[in-house]
Design a protein around this ligand. Structure first.
Ligand SMILES: Cc1ncc(COP(=O)(O)O)c(C=O)c1O
Length: 484
């Protein structure tokens, strides 16, 4: 099979800031930066790196620098030369030998604190919900079990939750999916044609931008910041200039920044999207996890006046438990029809038994959130407080909800920091993972979902790792070889 080529332009986009924060020779800095991209999975195994000459031109360095960087990657086992195919990316045996818990579905080493997924342990009451759900199993077993639409009781419960939150909803407007991720991928497949512009926030939830790119979308980013929130001017001009097929946003407790979209930005988004014919997808997977402040009404509740088309995505997985794998889409009956027609090539329905459990849980959302809120408040205050005290040069926002804080490191060293922490068993996603085009090397997403003892470990490891990579001793990073 011919390896997929990474173009010099795409490589240069992924390599933003590759020289910042290091005094190592250029070829070492470049091979370090490429190595981090491979370890993070942002350059997948089997991809062919750009030709030396092309990458040298794109990065404004000499061809020798690129040749030496590739040669270093080759001797470290990150690249192999394939006859006729150039330099092809490989993960060295050592890294493959230790299974990547993320890629292998959550098999986590006892000693590893894996924080690449921001998620909570299960909420209290799940086992009881399973027992109550058992009562409905005999009736379910009488059917054939292939369910692409969703259990009627669960759809009614989801519709009623939207209605309670200010968005009147009929169960016929809801389809149950296998988690919110499935909802995103299905919508991407149905709404995006190859070459269509897709507006995403920058930073954004990584598996969303991957899904839109996989569907052939051309991503256009709009900045969101934990403190200054959405760049409304960029939002408007990007919408008008690119007339995207889809705008994927997280207006309530955005992942990773924790920001919530103001009423005026919501109005602007909806009115411009209506004029450009853009379908707005509002992903509220994190949206219910509010620690303080008033929740906003779901985005679609405002859509009527602007005549915009708004699709809502929700999930039971963050509120109750990730193992449930239950999400949903609220959309117009016409769009739901298109989704249901497209669905069977990807999957043949949501597991029925999981839906029966979710049907018991969704009506209890408020009570569960009450308990979650206290736990999250404690986690946030512990982690944010300790980071502010121990790493005062960082900018550590205290978000009004969600599961993470989007920390400004002040220097473009997120990957180096992540590698240093990984060598002590704490696995985080570096800032670049959240950039639709890389970047964000000055940021780190730090979850506050873990139990108290792990919060202490996390902050200890971050403090030591920061010191190891040169920390506040500006400009000293050296080579990353020592920490991989
Ligand atoms: C914004 C966002 N959307 C969707 C998902 C996927 O959620 P689910 O577990 O329901 O598939 C996540 C998971 O982290 C998320 O953060």
């Amino acid at each position: 099979m011919t390896p997929v080529l990474l173009s010099a332009r795409s490589a240069a986009l992924l390599l933003t800031d590759w020289r910042a924060g290091t005094d190592a020779p250029a070829y070492e800095a470049l091979s370090d930066a490429l190595r981090v991209l491979v370890i993070d999975g942002r350059i997948p195994q089997g991809v062919r790196l750009p030709a030396e000459r092309g990458l040298a031109a794109a990065l404004h360095v000499s061809r020798t620098t690129v040749a030496n960087a590739y040669s270093r990657l080759r001797s470290d086992g990150f690249v192999v030369s394939v006859r006729g195919s150039g330099s092809v990316v490989r993960l060295p045996a050592g890294l493959i030998g230790r299974p990547d818990p993320e890629r292998l579905g959550g098999v986590v080493d006892d000693d590893l604190l894996d924080l690449r997924k921001a998620a909570l342990h299960s909420a209290p009451g799940i086992a009881e919900a399973v027992e109550r759900a058992m009562r409905h199993v005999p009736a379910a077993l009488a059917g054939i079990g292939y369910d692409t639409v969703g259990d009627p009781g669960l759809r009614a419960a989801i519709a009623s939750r939207y209605t309670d939150r200010g968005l009147p909803t009929d169960p016929s407007q809801v389809v149950v999916t296998i988690g919110a991720q499935h909802a995103i991928a299905l919508l991407a497949r149905v709404l995006v044609r190859r070459g269509d512009a897709v507006l995403v926030e920058s930073p954004t939830y990584p598996h969303a931008h991957e899904a839109f790119r996989d569907a052939g979308g051309r991503l256009v980013g709009v900045p969101v910041d934990a403190r200054t929130e959405w760049d409304a001017t960029a939002l408007e001009t990007t919408l008008r200039r690119t007339a995207p097929a889809v705008a994927y946003v997280m207006p309530e407790l955005h992942n990773p920044t924790g920001a919530t979209m103001s009423a005026s930005t919501r109005e602007l988004l909806l009115s411009v999207a209506a004029s450009t014919g853009t379908t707005v997808i509002a992903d509220e997977t994190m949206g219910e996890l509010r620690i303080e402040g008033e929740p906003s009404v779901p985005l679609a509740a405002r859509a009527g006046s602007a005549d915009a088309s708004v699709v809502m995505i929700g999930s039971a997985d963050k509120v109750f438990w990730g193992g449930l794998r239950i999400g949903w889409i609220r959309a117009s009956p016409e769009l739901l029809q298109r989704l249901l027609l497209a669905r069977p090539t990807g999957d043949l329905g949501t597991p029925v038994l999981d839906q029966l459990v979710a049907r018991e849980l969704v009506p209890r959302t408020e009570a569960v959130l009450e308990a979650r809120r206290e736990y999250l408040r404690q986690g946030r205050d512990d982690v944010v407080g300790a980071l502010r005290a121990r790493l005062p040069e960082w900018d550590v926002p205290s978000p009004a909800g969600g599961l993470t804080t989007w920390v400004g490191l002040g220097r473009p060293v997120s990957s180096a920091l992540v590698l240093a922490a990984r060598s002590e068993g704490v696995v985080l996603a570096s800032g670049g993972v959240f950039g639709p085009d890389g970047g964000f090397e000055r940021f780190l997403r730090v979850p506050f979902t873990m139990p108290p003892a792990d919060r202490v470990r996390l902050v200890d490891v971050l403090e030591r790792s920061w010191a190891r990579i040169g920390g506040d001793a500006a400009g000293v990073r050296g080579s990353l070889a020592a920490v991989v």
